[in-house]
Design a binder for this molecule. Structure first.
Ligand SMILES: NC(=O)c1ccc[n+]([C@@H]2O[C@H](COP(=O)([O-])OP(=O)(O)OC[C@H]3O[C@@H](n4cnc5c(N)ncnc54)[C@H](O)[C@@H]3O)[C@@H](O)[C@H]2O)c1
Ligand SMILES: CC(C)[C@H](C(=O)O)[C@@H](O)C(=O)O
Ligand SMILES: [Mg+2]
Length: 368
């Protein structure tokens, strides 16, 4: 019997998690997956209850679980507390402690949403790209870091961007392997675009060089290209379909994935998987706790529900159940249901719904 630890977190976290858990329970029953669900605390709610954004108990239960499903953490309530206790530090710590170095962020446009994006339909139609973001290294974790006072009394903030060859190699391999799998499924050649700032930053010069070495040694069948991060931001808007798999470091991946989300209509559509070397994972939407809409039943739960599908695919190898969820999402979009973030007001026949109604509609498709 496998166990999933759910960590709803802050802001819209509990609302989207309620819907995702309902969907997970439904597929669990339908496909007789034998999954047991537990819940725990992370983020601001954990800090309020225990004084820590990642209580030791949560970490231990996450280690013991087969997979973790996370909502979102953070919010203005905790912005002024001591840096090491902030909700976001809890998230970084669980990623690091569980060794979740490979973050897969899928930007797939559901055809029903082609007019929900502000980008022209011909530019995004058929879009399906994967950002492979290194998640436990780079500037997010590099030392030294902090805010210090200089001799002249001025303050100075500093962080360090570091990557070692082995860290680059292991994320590179994940990207090349996934590019091959995706190419095989689609019946076309495999390609990876590595994103760096090798023109300016030594750390990404090593990144680029290491990607070239991996490709030459083991992945001659995958076309490797390189792009500077600033150009990649621009190319994602200009011609996103030129990309299949993009591989990049922690910070560039964070930025590029929010940008890519808007090609799919909304950040509320972007799921993610964060995997360790054995394929164990934590699954979460790419968006945050959305304090501006929290508690108003406005959040789009689909990114979290689609993260459940990724969990079934990557950790539990239950492809049929994963596809059933993705189909149910597609079906509710076919029915014209839209949370406000994906509502195109110029389109007729659509129905604006809240978080709960959207989640329950997906559930209804699964159990019918
Ligand atoms: N993985 C995470 O837990 C995570 C990710 C990003 C940000 N955060 C945290 O969340 C807090 C808010 O950050 P932010 O405002 O920069 O980013 P955010 O992603 O929370 O929100 C950005 C915008 O997107 C909207 N949005 C986000 N998710 C949505 C959804 N499911 N449906 C509809 N609209 C949605 C919000 O309403 C807001 O307008 C901060 O504390 C930040 O650190 C957490
Ligand atoms: C909340 C924050 C630590 C996190 C990140 O920067 O990784 C978030 O933006 C994300 O994309 O998951
Ligand atoms: Mg982010």
């Amino acid at each position: 019997m496998a166990t999933i630890l759910t960590l709803a977190g802050d802001g819209i976290g509990p609302e989207i998690m309620t819907q995702a858990v309902d969907v997970l329970n439904a597929v669990n029953n339908k496909f007789e997956l034998g999954l047991t669900l537990e819940s725990g605390l992370i983020g601001g709610v954990a800090f309020d209850a225990t004084g820590e954004p990642l209580p030791e108990e949560t970490l231990e239960r996450a280690r013991a679980a087969d997979a973790v499903l996370l909502g979102a953490v953070g919010g203005p309530k905790w912005d002024a507390i001591e840096r090491s206790k902030r909700p976001e530090r809890g998230l970084l710590k669980i990623r690091s402690e569980l060794g979740l170095f490979a973050n897969l962020r899928v930007a797939k446009l559901y055809p029903q949403l082609v007019n929900a994006s502000s980008i022209k339909p011909e530019i995004i139609s058929g879009l399906d790209l994967l950002i492979v973001r290194e998640l436990t290294g780079g500037i997010y974790f590099g030392e030294p870091r902090g805010i210090r006072t200089l001799e002249n009394g001025e303050q100075q903030g500093y962080n360090t961007m570091v990557y070692s060859t082995s860290e680059i190699q292991r994320i590179g391999k994940v990207a090349f392997e996934l590019a091959k799998t995706r190419a095989q499924a689609a019946g076309r050649p495999a390609k990876v675009c590595s994103i760096d700032k090798a023109n300016v930053l030594e750390v990404t010069e090593l990144w680029k060089q290491t990607m070239i070495e991996i490709q030459q040694a083991d992945y001659n069948d995958v076309a490797l290209s390189h792009m500077y991060a600033d150009n990649a931001c621009m190319q994602l808007i200009k011609d996103p379909k030129q990309f299949d798999v993009m591989v990049t470091g922690n910070m560039f991946g964070d930025i590029l994935s929010d940008e890519a989300a808007m090609l799919t209509g909304s950040i509320g559509m972007l799921p993610s998987a964060s995997l360790d070397e054995a394929g164990k994972g934590m699954y979460e939407p790419c968006h945050g706790s959305a304090p501006d809409i929290a508690g108003q039943d406005k959040a789009n739960p689909l990114a979290t529900i689609l993260s459940v599908a990724m969990m079934l695919r990557y950790t539990f190898k239950k492809e049929e159940a994963a596809q059933a969820i993705e189909q149910a999402v597609s079906d509710v979009l076919d029915d014209g249901l839209r949370t406000i973030d994906i509502l195109d007001r110029s389109e007729t026949g659509l129905k604006q719904v809240g978080c709960q109604e959207m989640g329950q509609a997906v559930l209804a498709k699964l159990v019918q």
